[in-house]
Design a binder for this molecule. Sequence first.
Ligand SMILES: [Mn+2]
Length: 333
Amino acid sequence: MLYTTIEHAAEPLLQALNTARHILVTTHVNPDGDAIGSLVAMGRTLRLLGKTVTMVAPTPLPGVAAVLADAAEVQIYSDTRTLPDAADLVLLLDTGSVARIEPIYTYEQAYLAARPLIVIDHHATNSGQGVLNLVMTEAAATCEILALLVSAWRLPLDAETATALLLGLITDTQSFQTSHTSPRSLQVGADLLSAGGRLNDVVRSMLFSKPFAHARALGLAMERLHQDGAIIWTEFTQAMKAQSGADDEAGDEITAYISRIGGAKVYALFKERQDGTVKISLRSAPGIDVGSVAQAFNGGGHREAAGATLEMPLAEARPLVLAKLRALLSKDQ
Ligand SMILES: [Mn+2]
């Protein structure tokens, strides 16, 4: 069943969650603020409903998670022992497809097949793989959806849950700047502040706590910045990573920075991974669907923010992706 509104989903979703005693809550690989905020907020909410909750992330949490005390409870998947046998339901948050929980998807097929899956998400590419899915593609963040759900369920919203939801909302709207930001996003933000959400802590941990190594990585990436018509792109290689001392999160910083440059329509970062594959991060001006390009490479995301992994060296991936982006723009003319 696929729902697209709170109005229709709130009651059946609550009933489905209430059939379970122990819920495994998880999210996508390389979790961002919306993924972590969703995990923590849902964990707290399900405990209010009397559930036993295990929160698991497929890969380690970003530094910004430290603003949430409950993030310390999130287990990072290592092997089959990470997942509780007793869980009788899996809740997947902020994740467009089950394959995006990579190691869990790869190694825990039997575990996943044995339990009903519920999905709550806002990715346009979400096909609704759960027995019950709430996918609101107009929502700016999964945390926006969860705030509306908690309210529809008439559950209390404490300061910690509000802070977790704020983290997701501020992350995915880039502080209420993306085109998905709606009057409702701002209203939810106001409600979360009213509930005691620690906006200042979230903003400081997100925007005023950049590691020095990230600034060095940004400098190296800017030296390789290219403008190709309406496409702006750069790269972040393993050598640049070693030279700067930065971790993979620096890539997000570079993508965010280049997408603020005016006069272009498409922005691309080519990030070389340690295993030799290439992660592309794409951003676009309103109305340009880089999500379709990501999908052409078996990736996903949103129309104006998407990504994919190419199993080939950087020198091969770059011309392939740039050709697809040029084709997208020529179609747009
Ligand atoms: Mn999200």
